[in-house]
Design a protein around this ligand. Structure first.
Ligand SMILES: [Zn+2]
Length: 317
């Protein structure tokens, strides 16, 4: 008994010592953050997100939701969400938004009706007040899609299908609709809403799961697609991210959102080779977790260094 109590006391002492140490390090980091290398200060900013105040820049959070997509964008106290991961990710996304101080969303985009994009969206639409909900003019006969539509009805949200070229303001940032541009039969992916987000001189491109046909139409439309950061289309699939499209976007960075050891083999080897040859720096959620980019209008910084593995997925189906 006595021995056990001693061990317990020892463990408690150790716990307090650890806690004190962490507290001391955090205090030191906060005091000396101006003198720290950028990677460290960026890691710190993850814990004290500043993008929720006027004039503090733009933050793009590429959430790790396994195989799926979810991006949170914060700018000058305004917030928007593009997709919300699969059905089992809704509450995790909700917690993440709350941890960033989000109480309402200016915009919610459901890029297209596939479950790995709108699965968690019903939870978000229900829990947060959403001013504008954007979804493409394409329906899907699934329980997942129906859940989203029912929640929209319940909260009396209107579903807006935006037109290409339409622009929307998010604080000091502006985003323009770049896709979809045509009819794609029953290919839900090609109906993905694509947006180009501009903050000062910095540009971020998101095209959901848009594949070759939609990429070709975006090019044909003649819009300026040049972007500093491009979120790889369709989780880095070879059915998208064509050479012609990448040449037009000409990004410095790409972020791939995909699940560890996913059955599709995303990101595909062809795409990884293409990106490596083009000298594009790659971040990926399967190996690095949630990735945060910050824009001050002239410079973009990330909360981590790019991934160096260049590892392609291996399809198992
Ligand atoms: Zn997808």
């Amino acid at each position: 008994m006595g021995k056990r109590r001693k061990t317990r006391q020892k463990n408690q002492r150790r716990k307090w010592l650890k806690f004190g140490l962490v507290l001391a390090v955090l205090t030191l980091l906060t005091v000396f953050r101006d003198h720290l290398p950028r990677e460290l200060t960026d890691a710190l900013s993850e814990y004290a997100s500043g993008a929720f105040q006027e004039g503090s820049g733009l933050e793009v959070h590429y959430l790790d939701v396994g195989q799926g997509d979810c991006t949170l964008i914060l700018c000058d106290g305004h917030a928007m969400l593009i997709d919300a991961g699969d059905n089992d990710k809704g509450t995790a996304v909700q917690s993440y938004l709350e941890s960033q101080g989000v109480t309402e969303l200016d915009y919610v985009i459901g890029t297209h009706p596939d479950a790995d994009h709108i699965g968690g969206l019903d939870v978000i639409l229900y829990k947060f007040d959403c001013q504008t909900v954007l979804m493409p003019d394409f329906e899907k006969d699934t329980r997942t899609y129906d859940d989203v539509i029912q929640t929209m009805k319940q909260k009396r949200y209107e579903n807006t299908s935006p037109r290409t070229g339409e622009t929307f303001e998010l604080g000091s940032a502006v985003f323009t609709i770049v896709a979809p541009n045509g009819e794609y039969g029953d290919n839900a992916n090609d109906y993905s809403i694509g947006i180009l987000l501009q903050h000062g001189g910095n540009r971020f491109l998101f095209t959901g799961d848009a594949e070759e046909a939609s990429e070709a139409d975006m090019l044909e439309n003649g819009m300026d697609l040049k972007a500093d950061v491009f979120k790889a289309a369709h989780h880095g699939s070879r059915t998208a991210n064509t050479e012609e499209f990448l040449n037009a976007v000409d990004p410095d960075y790409m972020v791939i959102s995909c699940g560890q050891d996913n059955s599709y083999g995303h990101p595909h080897a062809e795409v990884m080779n293409r990106l490596r040859i083009m000298g594009i720096s790659v971040f990926r959620t399967d190996e690095q977790g949630t990735i945060v980019a910050h824009s001050d209008g002239t410079e973009i910084t990330f909360n981590m260094l790019p991934d160096e593995s260049w590892k392609a997925g291996e399809p198992t189906n």
